[in-house]
Design a binder for this molecule. Structure first.
Ligand code: FES
Length: 125
């Protein structure tokens, strides 16, 4: 499928605020987010594997003070921000859903799949 430009590289600081955008997951409207960890962009569905609610504790705030761990705002499940794997808490071994993301030429691009697609009214959150 065709790549979609989501944001600029400069929108993402190492271990900083995530960039949210809208997606359709299994035809359901939800959001995804991108963070930069170890100077690589990482992208996940904004949905806890414990209960399908958004993860951020303030808009776009996903990472703990280490800048490497995503902590769910609802019950504190923690995930490795490099790969989305569950580190502890109610995620019970279940990872975050990853999205295909690529950084090139100063921008960040997402490649939709059959499961995670572009909403008809765009990705801007
Ligand atoms: S909803 Fe995320 S830890 Fe329970």
């Amino acid at each position: 499928m065709q790549q979609i430009q989501v944001c600029q590289s400069g929108d993402l600081e190492e271990g900083g605020t995530g960039y949210r955008f809208r997606v359709l997951y299994n035809s359901e409207e939800t959001t995804a987010f991108i963070v930069r960890v170890d100077n690589e962009v990482r992208c996940f569905l904004n949905r806890c594997s414990h209960v399908p609610v958004e993860l951020d504790w303030n808009y776009g705030e996903f990472l703990d003070d280490s800048g490497r761990i995503v902590v769910c705002a609802t019950h504190g499940a923690s995930y490795d921000a490099t790969d989305g794997s569950c580190l502890g808490g109610p995620c019970d071994g279940n990872p975050l859903v990853r999205l295909n993301i690529e950084e090139k030429d100063g921008a960040v691009y997402w490649t939709p799949t059959e499961l995670i697609t572009v909403p008809s009214d765009g990705i801007e959150d």
